[in-house]
Design a protein around this ligand. Structure first.
Ligand SMILES: [Zn+2]
Length: 89
């Protein structure tokens, strides 16, 4: 059971790294061609809004979390030199 949990965490971390490295993927509907042919008629693909690329699932959330963590670490680093300051009683 614990192995399954570790596997799931490993896959999640791998996916997060993948999303951070490349948050976009080719649109699965038009395969990057921007033309939706699945209905038999040719028309602009609305899944990717005619960009041919879409965000991977969870990309916005993962990048939001990533920037939250980066901002938090920056704030902490900025506060570190002032740790010599005495804390009040
Ligand atoms: Zn598309």
């Amino acid at each position: 059971m614990i192995h399954l949990v570790l596997l799931a965490i490993g896959l999640a971390v791998a996916y997060i790294v993948l999303v951070l490295a490349s948050p976009m993927q080719n649109c699965p509907r038009c395969k990057g061609t921007r033309i939706d042919r699945t209905t038999g008629r040719i028309r602009a693909c609305r899944t990717c809004f005619v960009t041919g690329r879409i965000y991977r699932p969870g990309a916005r959330m993962i990048h939001g979390l990533y920037w939250l963590i980066v901002r938090y670490l920056r704030e902490r680093r900025r506060e570190e030199p002032s740790t010599a300051k005495e804390t009040e009683k």
